[in-house]
Design a binder for this molecule. Structure first.
Ligand SMILES: C[S@@+](CC[C@H](N)C(=O)[O-])C[C@H]1O[C@@H](n2cnc3c(N)ncnc32)[C@H](O)[C@@H]1O
Length: 559
């Protein structure tokens, strides 16, 4: 029974404990059950919560069983109906009995809920519930949203043709993301070649690659679709001998290795361009180095470990042939879906006469006693959303206007620095944020900088973008409405510049998280001399301040 009490304690811990869902679990000193078991229970119950609420409410067991609280009942009924071995407690335990006494009623209500949704099987029902939950999230969330697993073929080691004959030979090709999960089975071997990014394949979300040989030896790389936009926007279909490249904020290395792949043509031994890749964090740079090696790109990628991009001299002779720079600095991560936070569970209606709350997401403070009796009233961190990727395993922090402004200052400073590289003619800037302040607003600041004006930098127009991205329909936005802690704001950008910005939105039919990318170009001949002292001077002062603070505080999310 400790499993359920532990899950309740994690779900109702006061918000002051902070940290991600996993870190709270694994750092907890009070758990009796294994953190992995507690994690699995919470994540699975969260997937079914609206249906379990329906079943428990209809069966009316909370009115009949005073020992059961809404949250405990949800977890217990989950295991009773859906776990292979049922409730993990002695058969004589009073709480297990409180549920099992009503097994006929619960089973009946579960069947009715399945039939109401016209689902023949439990996996189909799971998929129907997933869609209902998405639709209930509202704002832009589409009931049809499918988040596939994205697999990028690494041309350094293999080709798409070879992978189709090996790794994907037993896969059924489908024409839409929805078809990847037809019948609710998330583990079916189905694939769809992406229409926007070359060499990218979407597969059903439940497929695992850890033991697949092509994954282990770096022939395929798991990388979200949106995260593939920057390298493709920078290099296009054929970089040819377009000069050297630089990734200024590169760890863990997805975009560096994507650039490496785009440089490699079948039959070519080694590309003529060299990539300089760096990360200010030494720890993360180790992962970067490892990823470059796994991708087989060691002989044309130099990793500068622990290198602050802002400390590089743009006139350093090592970088005299660098024409393209990719900048993907730290950001708020507000576009990341499935961030690693504690799920908010929709709870059944309390059987007690007390005013009952309907989810684990609450505002309250000082509720510890009450919480023990009725977890439905207990608080959880405001604004928490489900789960995260290992790449973004940084401390969570509230996103507010002040943080966004700081991040925006640093981002602007980083891109402005890139504009000064002697031979640079093409740059991309990207974030996994949905906020205007980190995106279009940074673009406006860049265009307004002295160095951009004097060197003739402008936004890469839509009609100049590589074919796949020209087709992408989601473009820059002019304004953002007020939301939790974020002020309303807008930018003064030309229509053509906004059209040059690319946006991805979480929850729509494209299967991506929230993302932003823009390209900057200049005609290499236009190069009014800017003295090193005046480069990005207008942004430099702000940046120095922010940089110092940013170091000790919070670096933002990293993709
Ligand atoms: C969003 S992540 C980059 C993800 C990477 N582009 C990828 O696709 O795997 C941002 C990275 O920028 C690094 N960073 C932030 N400021 C930097 C700076 N001034 N110089 C170099 N790296 C920096 C952070 O350490 C972090 O690893």
């Amino acid at each position: 029974m400790s499993l359920y009490y532990d899950a309740v304690s994690i779900l109702t811990a006061p918000s002051s404990t902070g940290g991600s869902f996993k870190s709270r679990l694994y750092n907890s000193r009070t758990l009796k059950a294994s953190p992995a078991q507690v994690y699995a229970l919470i994540v699975e119950a969260a997937k079914w919560d609206i249906l379990l609420k329906e079943v428990i409410d209809q069966a009316g067991i909370l009115k009949l069983e005073p020992k059961l609280t809404p949250l405990l009942s949800l977890l217990l009924v989950h295991d009773h109906l859906l776990a292979k071995n049922g409730i993990s407690a002695k058969a004589s335990h009073p709480l297990r009995q409180a549920v099992e006494r009503h097994k006929v009623r619960l089973k009946g209500e579960f069947t009715k809920a399945r039939v109401r949704r016209a689902c023949a099987t439990v996996p189909e029902l799971k998929e129907a519930v997933r869609r209902e939950k998405l639709a209930a999230q509202g704002v832009g969330a589409s009931a049809a949203a499918v988040y596939p697993r994205w697999v990028r073929v690494n041309n350094v080691r293999t080709t798409k043709e070879k992978q189709m004959k090996t790794t994907f030979s037993s896969y059924e090709a489908v024409n839409s993301l929805e078809e990847l999960v037809v019948g609710g089975d998330e583990k079916q071997k189905r694939m769809r070649l992406d229409p926007h990014i070359p060499d990218l394949v979407a597969v059903a979300p439940g497929l695992e690659f850890a033991t697949v040989p092509a994954y282990k030896n770096g022939e395929i790389i798991l990388q979200d679709k949106a995260s593939c936009f920057p390298a493709y926007l920078l290099l296009g279909e054929d970089w040819g001998s377009g000069g050297d490249l630089m990734d200024g904020c590169a760890a863990p290395g997805n975009k560096t290795t994507h650039m490496a792949s785009l440089l490699c043509k079948p039959g070519q031994k080694r590309p003529s361009s060299h990539i300089f890749s760096m990360d200010a964090s030494r720890v993360r740079a180790k992962t970067l180095q490892k990823m470059v090696s796994t991708a087989g790109a060691d002989n044309f990628v130099t990793v500068l470990q622990g290198q602050d991009f802002l400390a590089l001299d743009p006139e350093d002779p090592r970088f005299k042939d660098v024409t393209g720079l990719l900048l993907d600095p730290s950001c708020s991560g507000s576009g990341i879906i499935g961030r690693d936070d504690i799920p908010e569970l929709i709870l059944p209606t309390s059987g007690k006469a007390t005013p009952s709350a309907s989810s684990t997401k609450k505002n309250g403070q000082n509720q510890s006693k009450k919480r023990k009796r009725n977890e439905a009233s207990a608080p959880n961190e405001p604004g928490e959303t489900p789960s995260a990727t290992a790449e973004n395993d940084l401390p969570t922090a509230d996103i507010n206007q002040e943080r966004l402004t700081k991040l925006s200052n640093l981002q602007s400073l980083i891109v402005t620095h890139a504009l000064s590289f002697t031979s640079a003619t093409r740059i991309t800037y990207s974030t996994c944020s949905i906020h205007l302040l980190e995106n279009e607003s940074v673009v406006a600041r860049i265009l307004d900088s002295e160095v951009a004006k004097s060197r003739g930098w402008r936004v890469l127009r839509r009609d100049e973008q590589p074919e796949g991205l020209r087709k992408w329909k989601h473009r820059g936005v002019r304004s953002e409405k007020t939301s939790d802690g974020i002020e309303e704001c807008s930018v003064d950008l030309a229509e053509e510049d906004l059209e040059g910005c690319l946006r991805c939105w979480p929850g729509d039919e494209e299967g991506t998280g929230g993302f932003f990318v823009v390209g900057f170009v200049r005609d290499g001949d236009v190069d009014e001399q800017v003295s090193s002292g005046s480069r990005g001077e207008d942004l430099k002062d702000i940046g120095e301040e922010e940089e110092e603070e940013g170091e000790d505080e919070w670096e933002g999310f990293s993709d």
